[in-house]
Design a protein around this ligand. Structure first.
Ligand code: DGT
Ligand code: CA
Ligand code: CA
Ligand code: ZN
Length: 627
C-alpha cells in the first residue's frame, strides 16, 4: 500500500477531469471533479478507508462510482495511475497550475500547448509578456489582457468550501469539543451558521471555565495541520486535509449571546443592530449592550455590560419581538419584520417527508432502486421518487419509453415487497438538528424525530415512479405524453442549449411547463456553485407560468447546485409558487443532502406550506392529481 494523501488523489482526479474536458467528453469531466471535491473535503484518509473496507469503502464515498473507485485502488496499490500517465504523456502540462488562472480552462490549456507549447505558469507568463497570445486565432487582445490581469492577481483568491461538503467536518469538530467537557457552551458561528452556500472558514465560539485546558484541547484536535495562533481567548488552526481554517474564540459567559450575534453576522445585519443600540443611547459590541452614557451618579457603571447573556435578551432589548433565524440574517427585511413580530415560521429541518429527485443505476446513479429506497428509509423519509434521466441525455444512458415502463414494473414489485415485509430500521434515525439548536440555546441537545410521532408504527414507505425528462431546444419533451401520464412525478430539466437568447429560453421553459404531465421544474437555473453561471430567462414570466400550470419549482439540495438560490426562492414564495426540496442523489450517502435544501429554503424565507414534499404521500398525490 502506498501512502497517498487525499489532496493528491483529488488533484489527480481533477486533472483527469480536465483531460477529458479537452477531449470533449460530455459527462466525465464533471464526474471526476465531483469525486475530487468530495475527497478533498473528507475528514478521514481515503487510504485508511480503503485499508479498512476495501473497494466497498471507496464506493460509499460521495461521487465515487466503479470507475473512479478503481482508479483510487490502483493509486493506493501501485502508487500510480496508468490512464492518467497516458493522458499526461500526450499533453505534458501542469493543469492544476494553469487552470488556477481565471479565464483559463482545460480547453484553453490544450490550445496554448498545441499553439505555443505552454506547459506551466512560467511559460504562460513569458508568452503573455511577448504578446504571443493575442496572435492566436480566436484569442484576441481582450483575452490576453484578461489573462494578464488574472496572472497579476495570481490565482482565484482565497478558496471557499461548499457548505454541504464541509458541514460534516464542522459538526464532528463541534461534537469533539462538546464531548471534551471543557466547554460550558460551544457553537459554530459565521457563514456556516448562516448556512451560506460557501464557507471561507469555521468560527467556533465557546465559554470555558478553564481557558488554558480548553485551548490546549482545541489546537491538539486530531486532523490539525498547523497552529496559526494559540492564545487564551483566541486560537486559529488549519486542518490537514482540505486545509480549512478553524477559529475558536472564548467569551465571558455574560457575553455569550452578544458574541454569538457578533460572530454570526452577517456584517450588514450587525451594523444595523449597532445603529439601533446607538439610537437607544447604548453601545453594542461582542461583549454585550453597554451603557457609555450612563454615569455612576445615575445608577450605572460606565462601560458596564448591561445585557448580553443570550441572543434573545439582546434582540429583545433592541426592540425585536422575535430572534431572526441565523439563515436570514442578511439585512434584507428580517430586522424590520422581527420588530413587528411578523417573521414567518420558516420550514424546519426534518419537515421534508419525501425526496422527489433521485437517480439510480438505471442511468448514472451508483446504486439500485432498492438500495436507494432502503437508505432513504434509514433517514426517515416516507417516500421517494425515482427520477432517472431520459433518452436524449445519452451520456447518462437516459431511459426511453420502454425502459421507463420496465422501471415502473420494478418499482411496483418493490412497493409490494416493502408493504409485505418492511425493511428493518436497523439504525436509529439520524439526528437532524432542529432550528432551535441553530439558535444556540445552550444546554439543548439535538432532537431525534420520533417514528411513532409520524404514525410509523410499522414502516410505511412508498416509491413513486418518476423521471427527469429533458427539455428539448424548442420546449418539447423527449418522452411521449402517453408514457409521462403513467408516471407519478414528472420533473423536467434543461441539460442543453444553455445559451439561448432570454426570449427563446423563456419561451422554451414555459412551453415545457405547460405540458399537463409536468409536476416539477428541476434545478431551474442549472447553475453550479462557483463553477457555472445560471442560464438566463425571465424569471417572473416563468413564475407566472408555474403558477398557472401548477408546476412546482425545485430547490435542488445538492451542494454543488443549490438551485434555486435564496433570492429566487423568496420571489417564488412571494408569487405563491410551490417548491420542492430534493437531494438529486446519485448515491445513497447523498440522500442526506436534503438538509442543505432545507437550509436554502429557510434562507429564501420559505415556510412549510410552500414546500410540496412536506406533505404526506397521499396528500401529495392528491395535489398532483388535481391538475
Ligand atoms: P466566511 O468565513 O468568509 O465564509 O464568512 P463569515 O461571515 O464567517 O466571516 P468571518 O469568518 O470573517 O467572520 C465571522 C463573523 O464575525 C462575521 O460573519 C461577522 C463577524 N465579523 C468578522 N469581521 C468583522 C469585522 O471586521 N467587524 C465586525 N463587526 N464583525 C466582523
Ligand atoms: Ca467564517
Ligand atoms: Ca473567521
Ligand atoms: Zn439534471
Amino acid at each position: 500500500m502506498f501512502q497517498i494523501r487525499n489532496a493528491d488523489i483529488a488533484k489527480i482526479l481533477r486533472e483527469m477531469g480536465g483531460y477529458y474536458q479537452m477531449e470533449n467528453e460530455p459527462w466525465r469531466p464533471r464526474a471526476y471533479e465531483k469525486a475530487a471535491d468530495s475527497i478533498e473535503s473528507l475528514d478521514g484518509q481515503v487510504e485508511q478507508i480503503y485499508r479498512e473496507d476495501g473497494l466497498k469503502g471507496l464506493l460509499a464515498l460521495a461521487g465515487v462510482g466503479q470507475r473512479i473507485a478503481g482508479h483510487i485502488e490502483e493509486l493506493l496499490k501501485t502508487g500510480r495511475l496508468k490512464v492518467y500517465e497516458t493522458l499526461k504523456k500526450k499533453m505534458p502540462v501542469d493543469l492544476t497550475q494553469l487552470t488556477s488562472i481565471e479565464g483559463i480552462g482545460a480547453k484553453t490549456v490544450k490550445e496554448l500547448y498545441i499553439k505555443l507549447k505552454i506547459k506551466n505558469l512560467k511559460d504562460l507568463k513569458k508568452a503573455v509578456s511577448a504578446h504571443k497570445l493575442s496572435k492566436i486565432k480566436g484569442f484576441g487582445k481582450r483575452t490576453e489582457d484578461n489573462i494578464r490581469k488574472s496572472l497579476d492577481s495570481k490565482t482565484r483568491g482565497p478558496q471557499r468550501y461548499l457548505l454541504g461538503y464541509i458541514y460534516p467536518l464542522a459538526q464532528r469538530l463541534k461534537g469533539k469539543l462538546q464531548a471534551s467537557g471543557l466547554f460550558q457552551s460551544i457553537e459554530i458561528g459565521g457563514s456556516l451558521r448562516r448556512r451560506q452556500e460557501t464557507v471561507g472558514d469555521l468560527d467556533y465560539l465557546g465559554v470555558a471555565d478553564n481557558p488554558k485546558a480548553a485551548m490546549e484541547f482545541f489546537v491538539n484536535l486530531p486532523g490539525v495541520g498547523r497552529v496559526l495562533e494559540h492564545g487564551l481567548s483566541k486560537s486559529e488552526i488549519k486542518m490537514e486535509h482540505g486545509g480549512i481554517q478553524v477559529d475558536l474564540r472564548l467569551v465571558p459567559r455574560q457575553s455569550w449571546g452578544a458574541a454569538l450575534i457578533y460572530f454570526t453576522g452577517d456584517l450588514g445585519h450587525n451594523i444595523k443592530l449597532r445603529k439601533m443600540a446607538i439610537e437607544k443611547g447604548w453601545k453594542l459590541s461582542e461583549y454585550g449592550i453597554t451603557s457609555p452614557g450612563l454615569a455612576p451618579s445615575r445608577g450605572g457603571k460606565k462601560g458596564e455590560v448591561l445585557f448580553g447573556k443570550s441572543e434573545e435578551e439582546v434582540y429583545k432589548k433592541l426592540g425585536l419581538k422575535q430572534v431572526p433565524p441565523p439563515e436570514i440574517r442578511t439585512d434584507s427585511g428580517e430586522i424590520e419584520a422581527a420588530q413587528q413580530g411578523k417573521l414567518p415560521t420558516l420550514i424546519d429541518y426534518s419537515e421534508v417527508r419525501g425526496d422527489l429527485q433521485i437517480q439510480t443505476d438505471w442511468t448514472d446513479g451508483t446504486a439500485s432502486i432498492e438500495e436507494m429506497a432502503k437508505a432513504a428509509i434509514k433517514l426517515g423519509r416516507e417516500y421517494i421518487a425515482i427520477t432517472d434521466h431520459t433518452k436524449t441525455l445519452h451520456v447518462a444512458h437516459g431511459l426511453d419509453e420502454k425502459r421507463l415502463i420496465q422501471q415502473g414494473k420494478e418499482i411496483d414489485r418493490l412497493n409490494v415487497k416493502f408493504a409485505k415485509s418492511p425493511p428493518p430500521l436497523s439504525s436509529p434515525l439520524k439526528p437532524t438538528p432542529k432550528a432551535s439548536t441553530l439558535l444556540g440555546d445552550p444546554g439543548k441537545g439535538e432532537e431525534f424525530p420520533s417514528l411513532e410521532g409520524r404514525g410509523w408504527g410499522r414502516v410505511k414507505f412508498r416509491i413513486l415512479k418518476g423521471a427527469e425528462v429533458n427539455i428539448l431546444k424548442d420546449g418539447s419533451l423527449d418522452i411521449d405524453d402517453k408514457t409521462l401520464s403513467k408516471l407519478d412525478i414528472v420533473g423536467v430539466s434543461v441539460h442543453s442549449h444553455f445559451k439561448l437568447s432570454i426570449e427563446e429560453q423563456t419561451a422554451r421553459i414555459i412551453r415545457a411547463l405547460s405540458n399537463p404531465n409536468v409536476d416539477i421544474f428541476f434545478h431551474p437555473t442549472t447553475r453550479m456553485v462557483q463553477k457555472r453561471e445560471p442560464i438566463e430567462f425571465d424569471f417572473e414570466a416563468v413564475l407566472k407560468a408555474a403558477k398557472k400550470y401548477r408546476v412546482a419549482l425545485e430547490i435542488n439540495a445538492h451542494p454543488q447546485r443549490l438551485d434555486l438560490r435564496d433570492t429566487m426562492i423568496r420571489q417564488a414564495v412571494a408569487a405563491g409558487v410551490k417548491l420542492t426540496i430534493d437531494s438529486d442523489a446519485h448515491a445513497p450517502i447523498e440522500l442526506d443532502y436534503i438538509q442543505f435544501g432545507e437550509a436554502q429554503a429557510r434562507r429564501g424565507w420559505a415556510t412549510k406550506k410552500d414546500i410540496l414534499n412536506t406533505m404526506p404521500v397521499g396528500q401529495l398525490l392528491q395535489y398532483l392529481a388535481k391538475k
